[in-house]
Design a protein around this ligand. Structure first.
Ligand code: ASP
Length: 327
């Protein structure tokens, strides 16, 4: 979907786009109650970011506020509601990037910071580094006064059951068909992702992007996905801001978020073409997923290759659009 908001006054051109993950999101699997719950959560996230933009806040402020709402909601695979690792833990990754000066911050494999996106922003603004991981990242988050919770805070029954299902399917698969994984199913049979992300253009024309995730169900060995990797799952410069969701290994291999920016800068592609070609690269290596992006004129792209993607946007006039499925 592409939307043009460039008809508005330059100072009124602020826009916020969010996603709540791509995956097997089908109308046939949804109840009206569940659909309403997602709609409400996405709307609350949009409004939190929109208020910041309307009050003259920066794109980074809007991104952080919108993502915090989704991290606090058990519906999404980020913060509370994160998926479980193979050994039954919640290990979270997040990143932010500010387009104007290409400042960036990321955390990987953290387990006790309530809002990983805040930790990513703090890394960007206060650490002198770009990416911190594990217990070091947690000590840093403590030292800058971020809210720390016990690992149990992140538990949800849904995600726990999701892990048990994957573990069962995984052992069945290993016993019945060794080749199925090689044939493209990958190490993560639960194809439903659910990472969250936001991209914003503020009233000063600055762009920012943020992404936060629990990663992929059943991940092992300290696996880190694309979400905290600048240029893979998240990127912003003065032309475009991008946040991705999907099978992270393929987003890393294809440098997807940077690929969108590079194709615009070096190839002269429009936002829509650049976003679609970046996802085509993911498909070509056998991955799937989606992304959201805004360019400096306020054009929006939200392509995905999965059955659906939770996605929503709000323009300066307060107009909201929320979509889940292909059409
Ligand atoms: N991209 C995330 C990861 O691989 C998963 C997702 O988008 O839900 O960690």
């Amino acid at each position: 979907m592409l939307m043009n908001v460039s008809a508005q006054n330059p100072s009124d051109k602020y826009v916020l786009v969010i996603h709540g993950g791509a995956g097997t999101i089908l109308k046939t699997n949804m109840t009206p109650e569940r659909e309403a719950a997602y709609r409400t959560a996405l709307e609350q996230a949009l409004m939190a970011g929109y208020r910041a933009l309307k009050d003259g806040g920066s794109a980074i402020d809007a991104v952080e506020k919108a993502i915090c709402v989704m991290e606090d909601s058990p519906l999404f695979n980020a913060g509370k509601g994160s998926v479980f690792t193979n050994d039954g833990r919640n290990e979270m990754d997040a990143s932010v990037m500010n387009g104007a000066d290409k400042a960036a911050g990321a955390v990987a494999g953290i387990t006790v910071v309530k809002n990983p996106i805040r930790a990513a922003r703090a890394v960007m603004e206060k650490s002198g580094h770009v990416m911190l991981a594990g217990t070091g990242a947690e000590s840093f988050a403590r030292s800058v006064g971020l809210e720390i919770v016990s690992p149990e805070y992140f538990y949800t029954e849904d995600r726990w059951n999701g892990l048990q299902r994957v573990l069962r399917e995984d052992s069945l698969r290993t016993r019945l068909d060794h080749d199925e994984q090689k044939a493209g199913k990958g190490p993560f049979p639960d194809a439903k992702f659910g990472t969250v992300g936001a991209v914003a253009l503020d009233s000063r024309g600055n762009l920012a992007a943020g992404t936060s995730t629990g990663g992929m169900t059943n991940k092992r060995f300290g696996r880190i996905g694309d979400s905290p990797i600048i240029g893979a799952g998240n990127y912003a410069d003065s032309t475009v801001a991008v946040s991705c969701t999907g099978w992270g290994e393929h987003f890393i291999r294809n440098a997807v978020a940077f690929r969108v920016a590079a194709q615009m800068e070096f190839g002269g592609l429009s936002l829509k073409e650049a976003a679609e070609r970046a996802l085509a690269a993911v498909t070509a290596t056998g991955g799937d997923g989606g992304l959201i992006a805004i360019d400096k004129s306020g054009n929006i792209a939200m392509p995905f290759t999965t059955a659906g993607m939770y996605r929503a946007c709000i323009t300066a006039d307060g107009r909201i659009s929320i979509q889940f499925y292909k059409d």
